[in-house]
Write a protein that binds this ligand. Structure first.
Ligand code: BGC
Length: 738
């Protein structure tokens, strides 16, 4: 006898069936996201969920409260529709990984994916099923506090890391336990906020929007991102939350995105504050027409959409499409089958494997930028007395960085303790680790503690100075105009330098800082971003050569604040600066005549290059590049071009090299950047090892949005550079032929 099984209905059939049974109020309820009750379910929330007036909550991470909410939603509401439970799980949950900018510095997407996976597992244990990450805004202005949350200045690197993080959060199967929905944010252009002031206006021509700001979002959508969040910002006169071009033309039509679009916090209501609408009613109309599915926090939809539908201003079909997207995401997440969370089904948070992964990510995020020969790695045998100084040396909380609502400081190991642990394990004689703070905080202008720090330094063999910015100086709404070291840190460095002791500066920061004044005073510089829970051991391991430094800059470091925005993929301009034309103002004779010919593009008071180039970073070895070659001089549209280069470790230690390929289209229908990153590989080379690294280029890698605003490669000559940073000088040319 054969048993007939009920045919499994597709998600879209189930969605349509459910939609057909929903009242207007229940449909609008699905569009509403509200704040959770903070560990319990207040009466108003229970009633709203029970009545079907709420489709999602955010910021509830108490699993009992989440399960109660899901119980009310699925067992006590008329249609039993489960809730989305959102949270900003940005760079870890309890186990905190480096800030995303630091994760980008690993140039290792596998680590980013693993970090997101662990974050998802730890968050899912509390019932969270949706994270508002990754942030894919291009960060070219380090004054903007949210550069910490993104993957840096480059569209390609941001896209690679964004896709890796989507894969990590969502896994192969969104409905599997431990998978949570990702959210690519903030769509779009938010990183270009004027003057780096958060929430500010952005002015982005469509060509730049499409070539620079949108590609990472497209990569995330291609990787299957379940949702997209609109930006707070105004772009070309239409705030992103009402921007039909962005949300309908690009996202839905061109990219065929079929996930959920969520507003940012009250960004529908803010359409009126922007001056686009007269109030909530018009804002609801604009956002619905643009295709925003979920309203976060404000209640313009809840208050006005029913009327707008009844009056025919929002067609029912438009509303149904919004609801369908939300229900589809709930089905895809498997919430109808399993709305409840059993914490014991998930691994413990902050377990040893999670901490080890955080340590790996932190280790690879560290970028060694300066190392006077013989300085690093340190060894207790040579410098037995180490003075660990600075306002961030023993600050477990600060090293976690921005957006760590749920971060666990209990497991966090700071630099001082980690160096003490290495010292305790060292067989060397007379090992001593001393400590002085130097400044109460990174912002402190009180010099009172500096003399004591200098005294401690003067007694040591080497100074490890852990300085930079506390976590609160970057992140949302935490922007700075003067991106040099805050407070009296430069005075502290000067006082330490005057002791004559070698200084190793470990810099924790949520952004690129302008370090021109500081750099000559230190012997080594390790850029550590905010490295997360295991930042201390990771830093100690690299300083003492237990692990090799292998991070590379995901942003250009400016010399002085006035240089920003400064990024490698700039346009050439009609008057590019050349070594012959650059002049410093101090070299201009008094009363010199100002000419209008022969001038080029640079500032009179600073060299036009960054202090450190995008992609740069040292190892403890030396790596050389040679024999850049291609398997043809021409590439046709349907073929591939193989580019090879030999990379050799000529130094005495292992080297993790990030081999980077840059491209330039020197003549095109629109002006193109002087270089663009197109591919990279992170490889390990043992001492003396030579490896041939191969990259395959297709015409699609050469494509961009040209004059006709269509993405395509234009025939002609291309330059390719391969090397260890955006300054790579090994070049070959090839021609794209039709
Ligand atoms: C931020 C978003 C975040 C949301 C929810 C907003 O202020 O811009 O990135 O996801 O709050 O916390």
């Amino acid at each position: 006898m054969t048993v007939a099984t009920a045919p499994t209905r597709s998600v879209s059939e189930q969605v349509r069936d459910l939609l057909a049974r929903m009242t207007l109020e229940e449909k609008i309820g699905q569009l509403q996201m509200v704040q959770g009750g903070g560990g319990h379910v207040p009466d108003h929330l229970r009633d709203a969920v029970q009545d079907g007036r709420i489709g999602s909550v955010l910021n509830e991470t108490n699993v009992e409260a989440v399960n109660s909410l899901q119980w009310i939603a699925t067992k006590q509401s008329r249609l039993g529709i489960p809730l989305l439970v959102g949270r900003d799980v940005i760079h870890g949950f309890k186990t905190v990984f480096p800030i995303p900018l630091g994760q980008a510095a690993t140039w290792n997407p596998a680590l980013v994916e693993r970090g997101a996976r662990i974050a998802a597992l730890e968050a899912a244990r509390t019932g969270v099923n949706w994270t508002f990450a990754p942030m894919l805004d291009i960060g070219r202005d380090p004054r903007w506090g949210r550069v910490a949350e993104g993957f840096g200045e480059d569209p390609f690197l941001t896209g690679v890391m964004g896709a890796a993080s989507v894969r990590g959060y969502q896994g192969d199967d969104l409905s599997a336990p431990g998978s949570i929905a990702a959210c690519a944010k903030h769509f779009a252009g938010y990183g270009a906020s004027e003057s780096g002031r958060d929430y500010n206006t952005t002015n982005i021509p469509e060509n730049e929007l499409r070539n620079v700001h949108l590609p990472p979002f497209h990569a995330a959508v291609e990787a299957g991102a379940a949702s997209v969040m609109t930006s707070f910002s105004d772009i070309d006169g239409i705030p992103a939350t009402a921007n039909r071009f962005l949300l309908r033309t690009v996202l839905r039509e061109e990219w065929a995105f079929d996930g959920v679009v969520v507003s940012d916090w009250e960004s529908i209501r803010q359409l009126a504050t922007h001056g686009l609408t007269a109030g909530d009613r018009d804002s609801a109309l604009e956002a619905a027409q643009a295709g925003v599915d979920i309203e976060m926090a404000s209640t313009a939809y809840a208050d006005h959409l029913a009327d707008l539908v009844c009056e025919g201003l929002v067609p029912l079909a438009t509303l149904d499409a919004l609801v369908e997207n939300i229900l589809t995401m709930k089905f895809r997440l498997g919430l109808f089958e399993q709305p409840f969370t059993e914490p014991s089904a998930f691994p413990q948070q902050c377990n040893s494997a999670h901490l080890a992964a955080a340590r790996d990510a932190a280790t690879e995020s560290l970028v060694l930028l300066k190392n006077v020969p013989g300085m690093l790695p340190l060894s207790f045998a040579h410098t037995p007395h180490v003075a660990v100084i600075g306002p961030l040396a023993d600050e477990a909380h600060e090293q976690l960085g921005t957006w760590i609502f749920d971060g666990d400081t209990q497991h966090c190991v700071h630099v001082l303790d980690a160096i003490r642990a290495l010292a305790a394990a060292s067989p060397a004689a007379d090992v001593r680790v001393t400590h002085a703070r130097g400044l109460a905080t990174t912002r402190s202008t009180d010099h009172a503690l500096i003399a004591e720090a200098a005294r401690v330094a003067s007694e040591a063999d080497v100074v490890v100075l852990v300085a930079g910015e506390e976590a609160i100086l970057s992140g949302e709404a935490h922007c700075r105009a003067d991106i040099t070291l805050p407070g009296a840190q430069e005075a502290l460095i000067t006082a330490l330098a005057e002791t004559g002791k070698p200084i190793v500066l470990v810099l924790m920061a949520g952004r690129a800082l302008a370090l021109e004044r500081v750099l000559p005073k230190v012997h080594a510089l390790l850029y550590a971003w905010h490295p997360g829970t295991m930042g201390g051991p990771a830093i100690a391991d690299v300083l003492f050569g237990v692990r090799e430094p292998s991070g590379r800059l995901p942003v250009s470091l400016p010399r002085v604040p006035g240089q920003v925005p400064i990024y490698y993929a700039h346009k050439n301009t009609g008057k590019p600066a050349t070594p012959e034309t650059i002049v410093h103002m101090n070299d201009i004779p008094a009363r010199a005549a100002q000419l209008s010919v022969g001038n080029t593009s640079f500032h009179l008071d600073v060299h036009p290059s960054p202090l450190f180039a995008f992609g740069s970073g040292l190892s403890y070895s030396q790596v050389g590049y040679s024999d850049l070659r291609a398997d043809a001089t021409e590439l046709s549209r349907d073929a591939a071009l193989e580019i090879r280069v030999d990379v050799t470790n000529t130094g005495p230690r292992d080297a993790h090299e990030v081999v980077q390929l840059y491209l330039r289209d020197p003549v095109a229908s629109v002006t193109r950047p002087v270089r663009e990153l197109k591919a990279f590989q992170k490889i390990l080379l043992h001492p003396g090892e030579r490896r041939t690294v191969a990259f395959t280029l297709h015409a699609s890698d050469l494509a961009f949005y040209g004059r006709a605003m269509r993405r395509q490669a234009e025939p002609g000559r291309f330059h390719v550079w391969v090397g260890g940073s955006a300054d790579a000088d090994l070049r070959l040319d090839f021609t794209l032929v039709d």
